[in-house]
Design a protein around this ligand. Structure first.
Ligand code: URA
Length: 438
């Protein structure tokens, strides 16, 4: 088989066979096929697209390119959750203890990633002493005994995707639906869960800016997972403004704790209940959405979900007292209030810009080497549709460096747009795609 022929076949619009797809993924992972040929194939795929069959084979070939987690030693149906990411997305922090408290085992391997804030692992490290550097044995033991464990990525999951994504990033071939869906799903398939719930974000702060693209991506990923034998659901949720009120690391952990205490922001709480009910249903812990919601509410109202977070933090070396006394999670010392410049209604927030404010404060990383300041962040008091009077506080900036508060506040205010006319609140849940309906 020759790479030249595979490129030409796709360039001419034909469907690639399983042997051809596996040939190029295996050859590329081993370094036997050069970047220039794979770039050319990516561009051909970009223009000619891939069929559902090709997309599934590509996903499986990438999932097979490295280690695969074997979660068979964990009792029960393992349900994973994945978000395509956005500003203020601290969902895993509150959702995983909620579902674990309802009997769904949570066994997650997470990376740090790049972004406006740290990833789940960084955020969890706001708990003094917390470590994700646990052994495989401890990981399995903790999931079986307390129902939840999260470890840093040790296994080499889907290395073909790592190489391909880096190549797509510099060859203008990222935004092809089959390539995005196979990239995300290859990592999820390799992570070993029986069922997967996807949170596909849509809007100005999301990877997918339009609802049409977000629904198409969700459908594509649910189809791949289903065809690979996994039970699947995808929730399409709003990212036209930050999720909840907190953006940062320790500050997001505090908001997740508030939510587990039943005092979280309405949108964030609702997203946790929507995703959580799908996880309970796929995990065999509830027969209907109504029953799942009741179980999740019960776990929050009785304090069992909060206690689950405390058990989890303690089991991984963290100071669990901070779960009950969140003031122990350190916030930066310089606090600046941002106030409304006019009377009116908040019409629109440039969501990405709020993420960039967090990055400017040092709350995220642009390169793998960057250090993160877990104590910095932003707390939004007002969001789209809220009425404000000139001078009302709309946000607080937490900074470790006084000289950053001015530029961040200015950028923040430029991201807020006001109207004299009343503005409708945004809809959080745009739709749900369940694998059994496809
Ligand atoms: N996230 C991924 O993991 N892969 C893509 O291709 C796009 C977003």
């Amino acid at each position: 088989m020759r790479m030249y022929d595979i490129i030409m076949k796709k360039r001419n619009g034909f469907e690639l066979s399983e042997e051809e797809i596996r040939f190029f993924i295996e050859g590329y992972t081993k370094g036997e096929i050069p970047d220039y040929q794979v770039s050319s194939l990516m561009m051909a795929i970009y223009f000619r697209k891939m069929t559902a069959k090709e997309t599934l084979i590509l996903t499986q070939a990438m999932a097979d390119s490295g280690d695969k987690l074997d979660l068979s030693a964990i009792h029960g149906i393992k349900v994973d959750k994945h978000s395509t990411g956005g500003v203020g997305d601290k969902t895993s922090l509150a959702l995983t203890p909620m579902v674990a408290a309802c009997g769904v085992p949570v066994a997650k391997m997470s990376g740090r990633g790049l972004g406006h804030t740290g990833g789940t692992i960084d955020k969890l490290e706001s708990f003094p002493g917390f470590s994700t550097g646990i052994s495989n044995d401890t990981f399995i033991k903790n999931v079986n005994s307390i129902g939840i464990a999260i470890m840093g990525q040790t296994a080499d999951l889907a290395p073909a995707d790592k190489k391909l994504y880096a190549l797509r990033d510099v060859t203008a071939t990222v935004d092809n639906m089959s390539l995005i869906a196979s990239s995300i799903m290859s990592k999820k398939l390799a992570a070993g869960a029986d069922a997967i719930v996807l949170d596909v974000k849509t809007g100005s702060g999301a990877f997918m800016k339009t609802e049409e693209d977000s629904f198409a991506l969700a459908k594509e990923m649910v189809t791949i997972g289903k065809n690979a034998g996994r039970n699947m659901s995808a929730v399409i949720s709003n990212m036209d403004q930050p999720l909840g009120n907190a953006v940062g690391n320790a500050i997001e952990v505090r908001e997740a704790i508030d939510t587990l205490n039943g005092k979280g922001p309405e949108d964030f709480t609702e997203l946790c209940f929507t995703l959580g009910s799908r996880m309970l249903m796929l995990g065999g812990k509830a027969g209907s959405e109504k029953e799942a919601r009741e179980r999740l509410h019960e776990a929050v109202d009785t304090g069992r979900a909060l206690d689950k977070l405390a058990q989890f933090v303690k089991a991984q070396g963290g100071d669990e007292r901070a779960v009950y006394e969140p003031d122990r999670l350190e916030l930066a010392k310089y606090r600046t209030e941002i106030t409304a410049p006019v009377d009116g209604f908040i019409k629109h927030i440039d969501c990405d810009e709020i993420g960039i404010c967090s990055l400017m404060l040092g709350g995220g990383r642009e390169t793998k080497e960057s250090e993160i300041d877990l104590s910095v962040g932003l707390l939004l008091d007002r969001k789209v549709g809220d009425k404000v009077n000139k001078g009302d506080r709309i946000a607080v900036v937490y900074s470790s460096d006084e000289s950053k508060t001015g530029p961040v506040s200015e950028r923040f205010l430029n991201a807020y747009h006001f109207s004299d006319e009343p503005v409708e609140k945004q809809t959080l849940i745009k739709g749900i795609i369940d694998g059994h309906d496809l």
